[in-house]
Design a protein. Structure first.
Length: 182
């Protein structure tokens, strides 16, 4: 069984890497986020996170995050949910994607067609800060702690192909069921 969990801050490249790996291996891609739950609308996302933090809404978060755990059971998968490395216990490889704030804001600006990088920096910083606060309140998880990760990849210095190859190489050594065709 192979289970790859990928995490990182906003716009670090989680979904792109997860999709590339899932496609290469022909396995399930679990890609759930609060962002997708609010239709990729940053204003609504920030509002949701602010509400969850201020109200201490743990039930909503645990129900939402539990869906990713359920999807991962009994199958080969790559999960690109922010919390998957902490919550999915049967993961064989845990990956953190590192990317500087300026580059993540630039990537967001390209997606949103926003020419104001400073406003994207503010948005990304706000989302990351609220997310970190929410995860600490709900789960006691400090997302700055990288000690559970098997590999940290700087997505500013590698191409998507190189990132994919690195994760696949690490996964080969941990493939207990020979899913990767050893």
């Amino acid at each position: 069984m192979i289970g790859i969990c990928i995490s990182g801050y906003t716009s670090s490249g989680k979904s792109a890497l997860g999709s590339a790996i899932a496609s290469k291996l022909g396995i399930k891609h679990i890609n759930m986020s609060y962002k997708s739950a609010v239709g990729n609308d940053d204003t609504r996302l920030i509002g949701l996170l602010e509400r969850l933090v201020s109200e201490g809404d743990t039930a909503h978060a645990k129900e939402f995050d539990g869906r990713a755990e359920s999807e991962a059971k009994g199958s080969n998968f790559v999960a690109t949910t922010r919390l998957s490395p902490w919550l999915i216990k049967n993961a064989t490889v845990r990956v953190w994607l590192d990317c500087g704030l300026q580059e993540r804001a630039r990537r967001r600006a390209a997606l949103t067609k926003n020419k104001d990088i400073d406003s994207e920096i503010d948005t990304v910083s706000k989302i990351d800060g609220l997310t970190a606060e929410h995860f600490m309140k709900v789960y006691g998880i400090d997302i700055k702690d990288r000690s559970i990760f098997d590999i940290v990849i700087n997505t500013e210095k590698m191409t998507l192909k190189e990132e994919t190859e690195q994760v696949l190489l690490l996964s080969i050594g941990r493939d207990n069921d020979n899913v990767l065709g050893d």
